[in-house]
Design a protein around this ligand. Sequence first.
Ligand code: RIB
Length: 305
Amino acid sequence: MQANVVVVGSLNMDLVTRAERLPQAGETLAGEWFGTVPGGKGANQAVAAARLGAAVAMIGCVGEDAYGAQLRQALLDEGIDCQGVDTAAGVSSGVALIVVDASSQNAIVIVAGGNGHLLPASVQRLDRLLQAADVIICQLEVPQATVAHTLARGRALGKTVILNPAPATGPLPADWFANIDYLIPNESEASALTGLPVASLQEAQAAASRLLVLGVGKVIVTLGAQGALFADGQGFAHFPATRVQPLDTTAAGDTFVGGFAAALAAGRSEREAIAFGQQAAAISVTRAGAQPSIPYLSELQGSTP
Ligand code: RIB
């Protein structure tokens, strides 16, 4: 299999509980359920792209523990090429502690584990995967140097390069922007990257404009129930969200990114790809968990990426 989408990013085991509300500092709450669910932004995006029609390869790193084997197997079960998923000796796999409240919002604490051992040299060793790809996707749950290398190499190879800047804690290095075709932050990430408030569509436009000035190709700000804002320097387009009753928003953004990438790799226009990613994300929020919530192509209207 030759992968047309390559994801360079994290794999986490999500330790998930549901509670009436999120705990406050110093508070102990009773959870209603507990489960271990395969997740991690990179792996979720790889699964989404694979379920939605792309041939996918994953470049990542797990720890030497039972979670690592389970995370790798979850990707193999989706037909994802895992030759690029290393195992780091003497560390745990990445773990995310997640609480989901009654209104479907979540709070997450991440332990990087093996993800922190995904170094630029690992990606260099797998350059043949990047060479064969059409679309390359990165997020921010692996070391910055690895993301920087992947973005620059993707640009040098003339590939379509997507950065989902999640989780974002502040501005991105200035030399990254010119290597990014599509920057896809949510509201809080767009705010962290620009220092601007991003709650409304107008504020999202201002943040997107700032990011375009910094040199990124195009920006898609995902706005949850408010849909998505696309900006390309020529103008803006708003894509309203499909109305659904959300159960758990974990991995909704990942489903959007993976679906968007799969549709681009299949030759769809970027506007069609945005609508496709949104359709997939709308289904994912009606289901619990990260990877279990991601829909298959046959569940989407039209069923072609
Ligand atoms: O985007 C959702 C993901 O964020 C979860 O699966 C969790 O692992 C964290 O990385």
